[in-house]
Design a protein around this ligand. Structure first.
Ligand SMILES: [Zn+2]
Length: 432
């Protein structure tokens, strides 16, 4: 087969060359205000300069000799700029309408096409990076690669591939009876089978590992509070992933599974719904990130039944949704600082990600805390603190702009008017 390899390389290269999407040129953006997300300060009249690779080379006051002669300066002098937002918990290749039995009729290629639609919606909403934690059959790997090649418009993606889970657990599919002999591709039971699954998932392109430690809401026949993987299995998964240079995100609603996942050395707890004081203390001790998806409760309770979510899922959400919000507030007030912005987009319609900011403020954060969770802290969790989440030299020119001050009204982030990713303008409503 190796003699076909050069032809394949040529095909890929020429595809990239034919890409319909714009590529970057050196340039600069002038911002009326620039939010320094590290300090929360709004800096007046700033210029951001970037090179042909779409990397920021200088940031400073307008009028300082930063921009090399001849570069085009984009005028956003009526706007407030901030770094492109990051959502660390998305499912771009899924839609709410593929919940429950409806989802059984969605093919793998169709899922990938759904992903292309949602990638575009997400980046246009101001989210220039996502961590996609769970997609069947590596549709997320294909989407990431399509975006990176310039074939599809979308955010930078860090993807997990199929999530690991126990037989019959939240990350298996329990809708069909025995005679169909169906199980999800990430199912693995026992420490060694789980290690093998980590290796397989990385082999096929995962940037990180997602594991379902406890039961969940949108799955059939399990309970969010009940443990699924054992501490022994979670420890094996974390060790194997870390050995291979990948971080691990654990879906964990239940009190015991949250603690098991933290003790296993897992990097982030997703949902975190029933965390107790011991879990909060453990997260601080281990430096584990907590991700609370506290917007989607509203969608599940109001729209879930209409889009085909199972009646048992709605019942589970009724029991857990409010507790999750209360525990978010309690964890934050208990001094947890490592909290990243993750929404479970796909459970609710993509593009509404920023609606979670207002929930985070309603439940105890200041607007700048919520913005930091979606910028510098998300970048740290993803392992890209020098590339994304801030407008600084050496970072990608991932810039968004809004009309107004998001540190006084965080809902302004629900209507992002300008998006640039890597020096390429994705949308500019200010020029209209
Ligand atoms: Zn999820």
């Amino acid at each position: 087969m190796s003699r076909f390899f050069p032809a394949l390389v040529i095909a890929i290269v020429s595809l990239a060359a034919l890409s319909p999407l714009a590529s970057s040129a050196p340039g600069a953006v002038r911002c009326g205000q620039l939010l320094d997300v590290r300090t929360g300060h709004l800096l007046k009249d700033q210029v951001i300069v970037y090179d042909a690779d779409g990397t920021i080379t200088a940031v400073g006051p307008t009028g300082s000799p930063l921009a090399p002669g001849g570069v085009t300066i984009l005028d956003l002098s009526s706007a407030t700029c901030l770094p492109g937002l990051i959502d660390v918990h998305t499912h771009l290749t899924g839609d709410p309408s593929s919940s429950g039995y409806e989802g059984l009729g969605v093919s793998v290629p169709r899922e990938a096409i759904t992903g292309a639609k949602n990638a575009r919606i997400t980046v246009h909403a101001g989210f220039t990076t996502v961590r996609n934690v769970g997609a069947g059959n590596y549709t997320d790997v294909a989407l990431r690669d399509g975006i990176n090649a310039g074939d599809v418009e979308g955010p930078r993606m860090f993807v997990s591939g199929p999530p690991l889970g126990i037989t019959g657990g939240h990350c298996d599919n329990n809708l069909l009876p025995f005679e169909f002999h169906f199980k999800e591709s990430g199912v693995a039971d026992g420490p060694w089978a789980a290690r093998a699954k980590v290796r397989e998932t990385i082999k096929y392109g995962a940037d990180l590992i997602k594991v379902c430690a406890s039961g969940g809401v949108l799955s059939k026949g399990d309970q969010p509070g009940a443990p699924q993987y054992t501490l022994e299995e979670l420890t094996a998964i974390a060790e194997e992933a870390h050995k291979l240079g990948r971080k691990v995100a654990a879906h964990a609603h239940g009190t015991q599974s949250i603690k098991d996942a933290i003790r296993a050395g897992i990097d982030s707890i997703e949902h975190s719904s029933l965390i107790d004081d011991e879990g909060i203390a453990l997260a601080k001790e281990h430096g584990t990130y907590l991700v609370f998806d506290i917007y989607n409760d509203d969608f599940i309770l109001q729209e879930g039944a209409k889009v085909g979510m199972l009646p048992e899922s709605i019942e589970k959400e009724k029991k857990i949704g409010r507790l999750q919000r209360e525990n978010f507030r309690h964890a934050w007030q208990s001094g947890i600082t490592k909290m990243a912005f993750g929404t479970d987009a796909g459970v609710y319609p993509h593009g509404d990600n920023a609606r979670q900011f207002a929930k985070m403020v309603e439940w105890g954060m200041k607007p700048i805390d919520a913005i930091q969770a979606a910028t510098i802290k998300a970048a740290d969790l993803i392992g890209q603190p020098d590339k994304i989440g801030a407008i600084e030299s050496g970072h990608y020119a991932d810039i968004i702009a809004v009309a107004g001050d998001p540190t006084s009204d965080v809902r302004i982030l629900e209507s992002v008017k300008f998006v640039m990713k890597g020096g390429v303008v994705v949308r500019n409503d200010f020029s209209k």
